[in-house]
Design a protein around this ligand. Structure first.
Ligand code: CP
Ligand code: NVA
Length: 297
């Protein structure tokens, strides 16, 4: 029994198997390997892609889902995470959690006797970044040896990209305004143990020069709504637009979505890269089915 809370929870070989299976599911969506299995989806934050792709994916594989928002369970009324986890382990076969602090999902998994999957925490978004790598391989042939940038906030997305350097040999340029650094422990670990190369920069141009793909995400994540105005000012030079992108040599643009057009990316650049961005969103379904196969087959 295994949990998936961070990209590091899978070896490189396991990730390759997940990607192989994701390709298979992309061509053959239906199977019954989750027959008679029920999954709880505990979502303490909103979601379009993650919720729907997990629910549809599980159903296409013959399983069933129960969606629990933060209005629905006793967690919101203070029931302990350890108790909730031990109870749900007796009813369901797996739990998919989107929450705030990463410590919450760690605590939950410590007590869970069924696999727990991270559907996003403030610290990490591993299902998304595995999908982003799968998408880059699909469009660019490989990620090994490529240079990928992430421009914007040192948030859960940037942190998971940095973690990916522990499993893939590529160059990652993380470009953010001063004061919006990625997680210090994740950076240190990746610099020490990673097989890829991490470059940190406060110069927006670095995100575009000599890169094969540029990634971004919202400037204010869920839970940071109060800081949105202040952040707009701090991040104004860290936008993906046609002028910045012309510094690159035909880099493709990815965005995990939802996008705030006119902030981290212009509408024009978004539309010009829609083919990559929506393939990326679609791939959530296939890659997560690969993850479910790895954890439950
Ligand atoms: N990219 C992503 O996780 O989207 P949702 O918030 O809609 O799930
Ligand atoms: N960083 C964003 C990602 C959304 C998918 C957030 O946490 O809101």
């Amino acid at each position: 029994m295994k949990h998936f809370l961070s990209i590091e929870d899978f070896t490189r070989d396991e990730i390759e198997e997940i990607f192989e299976k994701a390709h298979f599911f992309k061509k053959n969506p239906y199977s019954n390997f989750l027959q008679n299995k029920t999954f709880a989806l505990i979502f303490e934050k909103p979601s379009t892609r993650t919720r729907v792709s997990f629910e549809v994916g599980i159903k296409q594989l013959g399983g069933d889902t129960i969606f629990i928002s933060n209005r629905d369970s006793q967690l919101a009324r203070g029931e302990e995470i350890s108790d909730t986890s031990r109870v749900l382990s007796r009813y369901v076969d797996g739990v998919i959690i989107r929450t705030f602090g990463h410590n919450i999902i760690e605590e939950f998994s410590k007590f869970s006797t069924v696999p727990v999957i991270n559907a996003l925490t403030d610290l990490r978004h591993p299902c998304q970044v595995l999908t982003d790598i799968f998408t880059i391989i699909e469009f660019l042939g490989d990620i090994e040896g490529k240079t990928i940038s992430f421009i914007g906030d040192g948030n859960n997305m940037m942190n998971s990209w940095i973690t990916a350097l522990m499993r893939f040999n590529f160059t990652l340029k993380c470009v953010f305004p001063k004061g919006f650094e990625p997680d210090k422990n994740i950076v240190e670990k990746s610099q020490k143990e990673g097989i890829g190369k991490l470059i940190l920069s406060n110069n927006p141009e670095d995100a575009f020069i000599d890169v094969d793909a540029v990634n971004t995400d919202v400037w204010a994540s869920m839970g940071q709504e109060d800081e949105a105005e202040k952040r707009k000012n701090a991040f104004k030079d860290f936008q993906i637009n046609e002028k910045n992108l012309s510094l690159s040599n035909n880099a493709i643009v990815l965005h995990c979505l939802p996008a705030h057009k006119g902030e981290e990316i212009t509408k024009e650049t978004f539309e010009k890269n829609a083919k990559y961005i929506f393939a990326q969103a679609e791939n959530r379904l296939h890659v997560q089915k690969g993850i479910l196969w790895k954890l439950f087959s």
